[in-house]
Design a protein around this ligand. Structure first.
Ligand SMILES: Cc1cc2nc3c(=O)[nH]c(=O)nc-3n(C[C@H](O)[C@H](O)[C@H](O)COP(=O)(O)O)c2cc1C
Length: 334
């Protein structure tokens, strides 16, 4: 099927496939579930969702698609590093809902300095759940991140008034309390939180799991991945993040979730170029009622997709990924 529709244009360089998929797979994903698969043809790479890796609490697949959108951005950037413009068809076949995007190589155009910085930031970009340095964000960075979101057809609302932050923090804390008893959420934490010493190449490693998930001044409540098992090894004692933001999309369709993922990865990579990292908070948004509440109470001009808290940090430990060979659909399957 992949060959019939795309036997034209620039061939995918066979010796670059591993590198392309490795950069795509460095994307952030919900609890490092890496819910993506790729089919590589001669002229196109197709991105699929892997529903076996969907979280139980992610009833609509929204978080899975945001994650896959992030991988799509990584693939686009990797194609830029080869000197081509990526051409992307989102959701190209309405009869195949797992097929999320078809990517081909377009015009040749050298990578820009900014894109090169993003590529260089990929290895140390990470989700930062621990303490930050306490330094202010580099001047102009937040405006740059807002620009990233807009370029990717999303927007980034800054929660910079104390009253709005308190309102958001209150909603997130109440939702965290109610979700701590939710069986789906508990199953997700047990499935994807890794114990110390685990050699798994997916899931959240123990060293990235906060030892205490409870509220901290200036911080939104974190998802409880420890569940009282004592596996979390990360101390959260120390300075809080410097900024809080919400990634929004105008509508709330599957295409919007893919756009949100692309925007998220782009802005996180941009922040990482200046050693700014984010904690991500999506658990409250797993309940539609909470999404509606956050939207209305904060007067947001769009559907909330991810909550972020950003700060400067000098420690960067990347989490593991499955190798490219494990995310390729073999020919004639899938
Ligand atoms: C859609 C989405 C939702 C996420 N939600 C949370 C969350 O609620 N809590 C959390 O600690 N991390 C969350 N993350 C961050 C992932 O756990 C993280 O990306 C993954 O573990 C890979 O680690 P890395 O970002 O350090 O590479 C989310 C990431 C994505 C893409």
């Amino acid at each position: 099927m992949i060959e019939e529709v795309t036997r034209q244009g620039v061939p995918i360089p066979a010796d670059q496939v591993d590198g392309l998929l490795t950069m795509a797979a460095r994307a952030p994903s919900i609890l490092n579930s890496q819910p993506w698969l790729f089919r590589v043809g001669d002229y196109a790479i197709e991105l699929f969702a892997d529903p076996h890796r969907k979280l139980r609490a992610d009833l609509t697949g929204r978080e899975m698609l945001i994650s896959c959108g992030a991988a799509l951005y990584g693939l686009r950037l990797a194609i830029r590093s080869l000197g081509y413009q990526p051409r992307v068809q989102l959701l190209p076949d309405p009869d195949r809902s797992a097929l999320l995007a078809r990517v081909t190589l377009g015009d040749s155009e050298p990578i820009t300095d900014f894109e090169r910085q993003l590529v260089e930031a990929m290895p140390h970009r990470h989700t930062h759940r621990g303490p930050f340095s306490g330094q202010p964000l580099p001047r102009g960075l937040l405006i740059g991140l807002q620009h990233d979101a807009v370029v990717e057809h999303a927007s980034l609302a800054l929660i910079d008034r104390a009253a709005a932050f308190e309102q958001l923090a209150g909603i997130v804390a109440r939702s965290a309390r109610s979700q701590s008893a939710d069986e789906h959420a508990r199953t997700d934490a047990r499935t994807w939180a890794r114990r110390p010493g685990s050699a798994d190449r997916d899931g959240v490693p123990a060293r990235a799991i906060p030892a205490q998930a409870g509220p901290r001044p200036g911080r939104l409540a974190q998802r409880d991945l420890d569940l009282g098992r004592g596996i979390g090894q990360l101390s959260t004692e120390g300075p809080p993040p410097a900024a809080t933001a919400i990634l929004l999309t105008t509508a709330d369709t599957r295409a919007d979730w893919l756009r949100a993922g692309q925007a998220l990865h782009r802005l996180l990579a941009h922040a990482a170029t200046q050693w700014v990292f984010a904690s991500l908070h999506s658990q409250p948004l797993e309940q539609q009622a909470v999404r509606d509440l956050i939207r209305s109470r904060l007067g947001l001009a769009g559907a909330p997709q991810v909550l972020l808290q950003l700060g400067v940090a000098r420690i960067a430990e990347a989490t593991a990924r499955r190798p490219a060979s494990e995310v390729i659909i073999p020919p004639k399957m899938g």
